[in-house]
Design a protein around this ligand. Structure first.
Ligand code: CU
Length: 290
């Protein structure tokens, strides 16, 4: 069932922290948490002596495919939020760098791995798109879906290893925190009302993950020194792995190279989204689809 979700106030202010610098801080400073009474204490970041950092860049060569434009003419409130014709975010390349690549450590971590943050990640529905498009959470951490559009959205998650959900959001509101207790990369999230709305959530058993930003960069900080396997995931171009060794107090740089010819790569995902499947329980929402 739903995890307790703290106050709406604190949820709204807890803007996404698991972006480019996924581990937050990264300088070893403990984050101040103001846990409401009754909440469990925030999981203290594991104190890492002489922390290491992995700083990466996702390169992209070749001509990226154009993303499909989105026709928002039937949702004027959303259309007005976009100065240019909005497009899908399938392949976002800026100056030869690929955005929205999910990166995590898959091997090499031993012992304690950071705990589960009590602050939820927020995925905003703003302008009839999900912001961010790709996001990561630690298993057990909450994900709050915020509706900033004042119109009906419906959030449908179709994980394979976690419990699916389908929640209607008929106006400005934030959902109770949803939790995914099992690691799963990635979980597709769609809106039953607006077929173009899609995002992906990566659930990891530890906090050592990141998503490449506008400039294709990512940072995984506050790591124990060691040798790690990094795995990337992109919704169009699939996965890559690479091993990297980083010493105490060092920053190791790593690059991953994607290119346009990789289209059609195997992309591991959850169960494909099926708008007519068993989970379309809300008939009001179902009838609004298409
Ligand atoms: Cu929607």
């Amino acid at each position: 069932m739903f995890e307790r979700n703290g106050s709406t106030r604190s949820l709204i202010t807890s803007v996404l922290v698991l972006g480019v610098a996924a581990c937050g801080g990264g300088d070893g400073t403990e984050q101040q948490t103001e846990a409401p009474s009754g909440e469990t204490e925030a999981a203290a970041p594991v104190a890492v002596e002489n922390p290491a950092t992995i700083a990466g860049v996702i390169n992209f060569t070749g001509t990226p495919p154009a993303n499909d434009p989105i026709d928002m003419s039937e949702e004027q409130a959303c259309a007005e939020k976009h100065s240019e014709t909005p497009t899908r975010q399938t392949v976002v390349v800026n100056d030869g760098k690929l955005k929205n690549v999910f990166v995590r450590i898959t091997e090499g971590l031993t012992g304690a791995t950071g705990g589960t943050p009590t602050e939820p990640v927020v995925v905003d529905q703003d302008g009839c798109v999900y912001i961010p498009h790709v996001v990561g959470v630690v298993a057990g951490q909450g994900v709050v879906f915020k509706n900033s559009d004042g119109l009906l959205h419906n959030v449908k998650a179709t994980p394979s290893n976690n419990r699916p959900f389908n929640i209607s959001q008929p106006g400005d509101m934030s959902s109770p925190a949803q939790t995914f207790n099992a690691a799963e990369v990635m979980i597709p999230v769609e809106c039953n009302v607006h077929g173009w709305m899609q995002s992906y959530i990566g659930v990891v058993e530890h906090p050592y993950f990141a998503v490449s930003g506008d400039d294709g960069s990512f940072t995984i900080a506050n790591l124990p020194a060691g040798t790690y396997t990094l795995e990337t995931w992109h919704e169009q171009y699939g996965t890559q792995t690479q091993q990297i060794t980083v010493g105490p107090n060092e920053t190791a740089e790593v690059t991953f190279d994607y290119d346009a010819s990789m289209a059609g790569a195997h992309v591991p995902l959850g169960t494909p989204f099926d708008p007519h499947g068993d989970h379309a329980a809300d008939s009001r929402v179902a009838s609004a689809t298409h």
